[in-house]
Write a protein that binds this ligand. Structure first.
Ligand code: GTP
Ligand code: SPV
Ligand code: MN
Length: 595
């Protein structure tokens, strides 16, 4: 069998000499049997699906789930691997203490040795994609080279991929290069390397979402955040949502919560029955690119075109939109199955028969669906997908919300006094770890702007960039912090969450419009109980008091920890940010101690 690509594979359907050169270079290194240039057509998807069904990598589901398939990943390959993810800048300090770093030459040499000959017997797929609307000046093209047909099918659902993206790329010339191979899935030979100065990504040894779908976290956050800093914009781990009140006023809001902390759910929120006349529509559920506009406002686009969402917890009560969305044309990864082959996870009715590894379900083996089981689905399947998601100029933001998963301390909602205070609030985000990344779950860690795993450069420089972007805005969005995850002593959530979160969003929009007052507290502005629209919600008044309390001592300790963490970033921490932390601490000290 020849190890050289077939001649007709070498005839590339593109006018980009640079792309052809790179594909040939990669083919020479990885030695695929075939090269397939993806056009993004339905026929291509059908062929790849058939291929994966034939090899048993995909499985069909109950006929109530047309066009849906189950994929079981390797049991050691179920989440992002932060300890194997590197930012390889020429100067180590540019990557910052927030990233693992390797010198570019050493990283290339190491990765190229892993890639050498790794595609023998396999097909190399060339996936041209565009992050963002095809006609938006803010969109960016990339090409992922992969040996995984599962990656191709996912990229097709999640990005604008194929012919049209290639045409844009040919016009522009510049694109991000992502090379991926699932390799042998040996965790010892698994690395996700970023070379921001070369606009390049090399990922080996994992087939899992964030490690393998290179348009998403690798390109649209780590590489894009680097480019954004150079060019004066922001690439953020944020949902984007359009909220319309009963008076018909629409506001656009972006929110950054860490992985598996509620972005998809907020982006698809269903208003509670007691809030008639409100509508919420999704622009994006995970990533937003933010640009200062000529009008002095901050404008946002969603670079993605689909969702890679957390399955567990998704049900008709928590989020009917998401529940309905995944009834067709969806790839389910690592969910359990009922005995009639319906996908199953915690929170759904019915009973699991097979667990996520395909074994007969036995509670002794842990949860039936993997806690990080995911669905991949096109945004077109979302019943509340907003038409604004296609607007090339994006949408102007009224508010930015930060949040984390914190069982204690952080109140339900708090407003920053101005942009710089908002940057401090963002930098102070902390959250209990989730199954979205490997490692312990439920451990509180600092996750500034929900970008700890995704910022492609030094956090000190990143905070400075946030401050600078704010200075370029004449009408900056108001900044808030929320926490849906406060718990009582028994571990029960104090706040009902999901649709009821609209009550907090309504207060936020009242603040944006100047329709309501707020109480000044040492940590920021907070609603008085009477100002929160709580009609129709039965909430224990002691719970509400707890959710809106400011634990002065607790915040004192929190600010002391934050100061220590800032010191890790040395003199790259903006002076203005340190000063804000000092003045926040002074405000607490002036306050009579509570608790
Ligand atoms: P990534 O895709 O990892 O970036 O996550 P995400 O931020 O989009 O999280 P997602 O909305 O998928 O939610 C993650 C988990 O949190 C799911 O199990 C949800 O059911 C649960 N969740 C979401 N919103 C709420 C809420 O308001 N309250 C509570 N208690 N749980 C929530
Ligand atoms: C996250 O972990 O924040 C996700 C899923 O959105 S992944 O694409 O794997 O990064
Ligand atoms: Mn995410």
């Amino acid at each position: 069998m020849s190890s050289l690509p077939r001649l007709d594979d070498l005839i590339a359907p593109t006018s980009s000499a640079e792309l052809v050169r790179w594909v040939h270079e990669v083919a020479a290194l990885t030695q695929p049997d075939r090269i397939h240039w993806c056009d993004g057509s339905d026929g291509e998807a059908a062929t790849l699906t058939r291929l994966l069904l034939d090899t048993g990598a995909l499985e069909t589901l109950h006929p109530d789930y047309p066009g849906c398939h189950l994929y079981r990943s390797h049991p050691n390959d179920v989440a992002r691997v932060e300890h194997l993810t590197f930012v390889c800048t020429r100067d180590q300090t540019d990557a910052g203490p927030n990233n693992y770093w390797m010198a570019p030459a050493a990283a290339h040499a190491h990765m190229d040795s892993l890639f050498s000959g790794c595609m023998r017997g396999r097909t190399l797929y060339v996936i041209p994609y565009c992050m963002g609307p095809l006609d938006s000046p803010f969109s960016r093209c990339g090409v992922e080279l992969t040996d995984s047909p599962y990656v191709v099918l996912n990229m097709r659902l999640m990005t604008r991929m194929g012919q049209d993206a290639l045409a844009r790329l040919e016009r522009e010339g510049r694109f991000v290069r992502g090379l991926h191979s699932t390799g042998d899935l040996d965790p010892e030979r698994r690395f996700i390397m970023h070379f921001p100065e070369e606009l390049m990504i090399k990922s080996f040894g994992s087939g899992y979402g964030g490690n393998a779908l290179l348009g998403k976290k690798c390109h649209a956050l780590r590489i894009a955040s680097w480019q954004a800093r150079e060019e004066g914009w922001l690439a953020e781990h944020m949902l984007l949502v359009a909220i319309t009140n009963p008076a018909g006023e629409t506001h656009y809001v972006a929110a950054a919560f860490p992985s598996a902390c509620g972005k998809t759910n907020l982006a698809m929120l269903i208003p509670p029955a007691s809030m008639p006349g409100w509508t919420v529509r999704t622009i994006g559920d995970d990533i937003a690119w933010l640009h200062p506009g000529p009008d002095g406002r901050l404008w946002a686009i969603n670079p993605e075109a689909g969702y890679f969402g957390v399955a567990p917890g998704t049900n008709a009560r928590s989020n009917r939109n998401a529940h309905d969305m995944v009834r067709g044309d969806t790839i389910f990864t690592n969910v359990a199955l009922t005995d009639d082959r319906k996908p199953w996870w915690d929170g759904l009715e019915g009973r699991p028969a097979l667990d996520w590894r395909g074994r007969p379900y036995d509670p002794a083996n842990g949860p039936a669906a993997h806690p990080n089981a995911r669905f991949t689905v096109s945004a077109r399947s979302n019943p509340v997908y907003a038409h604004e998601a296609h607007h090339p100029e994006g949408v102007p933001l009224s508010a930015i919300i930060f949040g984390g998963r914190r069982r204690s301390l952080a109140p339900l909602v708090c407003e920053a006094s101005d942009w710089t205070h908002g940057v401090l609030m963002g930098a102070s985000v902390a959250s209990e770890t989730t199954a979205a990344a490997t490692g312990a779950v439920g451990v509180l860690r600092r996750d500034p702007m929900a970008m700890k795993p995704f910022c492609g450069y030094h956090f000190g420089d990143y905070w400075q960039h946030w401050i600078d972007v704010g200075k370029s805005l004449r009408q900056p969005p108001k900044v808030f912090h929320v926490n849906w995850f406060r718990q009582d002593a028994e571990g029960r959530f104090l706040w009902p969450g999901f649709g009821e979160n609209l009550r907090v969003l309504a207060w936020i929009l009242d603040r944006v419009s100047g329709r309501t007052d707020a109480a000044d507290t040492p940590i920021g502005r907070m609603p008085r109980v009477a100002d929160l629209p709580l009609d129709g919600l039965s909430l224990d008044s002691s719970h509400l008091a707890e959710l809106l309390a400011v634990d002065t001592q607790g915040w004192h300790a929190e600010y002391a920890r934050l100061r220590e963490e800032f010191s890790l970033y040395g003199d790259r921490v903006p002076v203005e940010l340190s000063q804000r932390l000092d003045s926040a601490t002074a405000k607490l000290e002036a306050q009579p101690s509570q608790r």
